[in-house]
Design a binder for this molecule. Sequence first.
Ligand code: AMP
Ligand code: ZN
Length: 113
Amino acid sequence: MSSDCIFCKIVAGEIPAKVVHRANGIIAIEDVNPQAPVHLLVLPERHVANIAEHTFKGSADEITSLMETAAELGSKHAGGFRLVVNTGADGGQTVDHLHVHVLAGRHMTWPPG
Ligand code: AMP
Ligand code: ZN
């Protein structure tokens, strides 16, 4: 756990969140500032800063669980969904704990801003 990480605090139960899934070291919560009718965040319980660090240090099993969970949650919504992994400052990452956004429930435009 990283002591100043908001998502680590959610994993530890120190900050409330709407948990929609929890299994095998992966947790999914509702985003507090939803950008679509469905907006979930899927993250590893252990602290990993971003997908680049994860690729460097992590295991293939862990990244598979993360992406499979995100895809399963997105697949519940007819019409499709979007997975987003913002990485680093220019990538739009604001919370430095790896997470996959699951967006669904409306038509997505391209390119993103
Ligand atoms: P990113 O900008 O890709 O790092 O995404 C961070 C996301 O975390 C944003 O969509 C925020 O709305 C969301 N967020 C920040 N704090 C919380 C919180 N306490 N509970 C749920 N989602 C949060
Ligand atoms: Zn963390």
